[in-house]
Write a protein of this length. Structure first.
Ligand SMILES: Cc1cc2nc3c(=O)[nH]c(=O)nc-3n(C[C@H](O)[C@H](O)[C@H](O)COP(=O)(O)OP(=O)(O)OC[C@H]3O[C@@H](n4cnc5c(N)ncnc54)[C@H](O)[C@@H]3O)c2cc1C
Length: 470
């Protein structure tokens, strides 16, 4: 391989998605390091560049993005299924946010950016990357560390073909193509029960499709987080901290994992589509109760496992066959957003592999990892602060993640500098609210005290509970 010009920087960051951007933002703010960023996409923002036109964050914008730059106006939705709750950025807003941010990075003179370039991996200490446009291959001359922000391998339907066969004459599109429908088909079949499947169903309903014309293929039912309980802002204090406390109380008092799920479901901490069906999946998707009620209007929910093949007159599943007709439109939502790869140490020699250090919070986690990199010296100490919170797939992972989260939280709580950093970081969302409670505010103080007591009891019970659910 002929290697052209070498590009030198202290850090080489592979991937300018949400994780790469959050990492670099904090590194620039807290060190004097120079950075080179490489990405296959034409612009920053990663998978948000490939998203369907009606995508939105499923969490509030208030604590997504990067530490230094606000996302959104801090407004609440006045209409729709998120009414009364904090705004959630659209895909277009996110792409624009990341574009502006990249301009700010470049203006520092410390960042070089190579979009439309493929990092080819390390071989014998050489780090080649190749332009997708010119084919030219150059190499990275990394003075300090390589930061692999591609490890989560986010997949969206537009960039991943369906995981099942589609016979000739059947129309099957990624949900990106849904708004291009020109004439109504005889019905819609949404394949997938994750976040994108939910979005496809909600979009169809919001745009006037009768629920009777939607068939929802649900290979696995899922538990969902309740968006009402992850609202930042003073006015939601009792709701949010009330929820954190209820969760801790449930973990402290439950006698088994099944009992815990019963308690979390009864208090609406976790939501599910059908009370008669036991969910076998948990991916951390967040929804509002209004969205849930809307989705419950769809009665044609098919639970026959994964689709293996769609033909003009039948759909073949793992566990059965369903008659269909050739005029149906199939909407593929089967890409699994995040790959569940093995956990690796975040800091290992001259490589950093950002992963989650807080439950399903990729951007907070990336900023936190950069903060630790910039401010702590020993690798063992860095890894101890950055215990990896594994990604979820099954319901028990809700509890496994909570346990890992609590271990990190306990370590962070012993470090005053870290406590302050977290409380002042916009990506955290909630700590500043608790810190701001006035000692004479009896109701809030009592809630925080209760939270602390239940959290201690939960920590004592959590491992035993996990064992009952494995
Ligand atoms: C529909 C949807 C909604 C979501 N909503 C939320 C939400 O509300 N809140 C939340 O916290 N999370 C949400 N997520 C999870 C989401 O995965 C993360 O928020 C985050 O965007 C992931 O960012 P990332 O940087 O890890 O991945 P990506 O966005 O995939 O970025 C990785 C980048 O690396 C580049 N890359 C990969 N390999 C190479 C290579 N060899 N050479 C060069 N470049 C490479 C890719 O081109 C890409 O740009 C959502 C996910 C989906 C799909």
């Amino acid at each position: 391989m002929h290697l052209g010009q070498s590009i030198e920087a202290d850090y080489a960051v592979i991937g300018s998605g949400a994780v790469g951007m959050a990492f670099v933002d904090t590194l620039l703010a807290e060190s004097t390091a120079s950075v080179v960023m490489i990405d296959r996409h034409h612009g920053p923002g990663g998978h948000w560049n490939d998203a369907y036109p009606f995508v939105r964050l499923h969490q509030p914008s208030a604590y997504y993005g990067v530490s230094s730059k606000k996302l959104g106006r801090g407004a609440k939705d006045a209409t729709g299924l998120n009414v009364g709750m904090y705004e959630r950025a659209t895909g277009a807003e996110l792409v624009s946010y990341y574009e502006q941010l990249m301009q700010e990075f470049l203006a520092t003179g410390r960042v070089k950016y190579f979009p439309m370039c493929d990092y080819l991996g390390e071989a014998d200490g050489v780090h080649p990357f190749k332009s997708l446009m010119s084919g030219e291959t150059r190499q990275l001359n990394i003075q300090n560390k390589l930061v692999d922000c591609t490890y989560l391998q986010t997949a969206v339907p537009s960039t991943h073909p369906p995981k099942y066969e589609v016979a000739e004459g059947v129309t099957c599109v990624p949900l990106n193509d849904l708004p291009r429908v020109k004439a109504p088909p005889s019905g819609y079949v949404v394949v997938g029960s994750g976040k994108t499947g939910i979005d496809a169903c909600l979009w169809l309903l919001e745009n006037g499709t009768s629920p009777d014309r939607i068939t929802w293929v649900m290979p696995r039912d899922a538990w969902y987080m309740n968006r009402a309980f992850v609202q930042p802002g003073e006015e939601f204090f009792l709701q949010s901290y009330g929820s954190f406390t209820a969760q801790m109380k449930a973990v402290a008092e439950a006698t088994s994992f099944a009992d815990l799920l019963k308690r979390l479901s009864a208090s609406k901490q976790l939501l599910r589509l059908d009370d008669g069906v036991k969910p076998t999946m948990y991916h951390g998707a967040i929804m509002s109760e209004s969205e849930l009620r809307e989705l419950q209007r769809i009665k044609n929910v098919v639970r026959m496992g994964r689709v293996t093949r769609i033909e003009q007159n039948q759909i073949i599943f793992q566990y059965g066959v369903l008659a269909t007709d050739p005029d149906r439109l199939y909407v593929d939502c089967s890409a699994s957003a995040v790959a569940r790869r093995p956990v690796v140490p975040i800091f290992a020699g001259n490589r950093i592999t950002p992963q989650f250090v807080r439950t399903v919070q990729p951007t907070f986690s990336a900023a936190f990892v950069a903060h630790v990199e910039a401010n702590y010296a020993r690798e063992s100490e860095k890894n101890a602060l950055c215990g990896v919170v594994p990604l979820p797939d099954e319901p028990i992972h809700w509890l496994i993640m909570l346990a890992a989260n609590m271990r990190n939280q306990a370590r962070w709580g012993k470090d005053k500098g870290l406590r302050n950093w977290i409380a002042n970081n916009r990506l955290d969302g909630f700590t500043a609210l608790a810190k701001g409670v006035k000692p004479d505010d009896g109701e809030k103080m009592a809630l925080l005290q209760g939270y602390g007591q239940h959290a201690a009891a939960a920590a004592a019970n959590i491992q035993k509970l996990i064992e009952t659910g494995l």
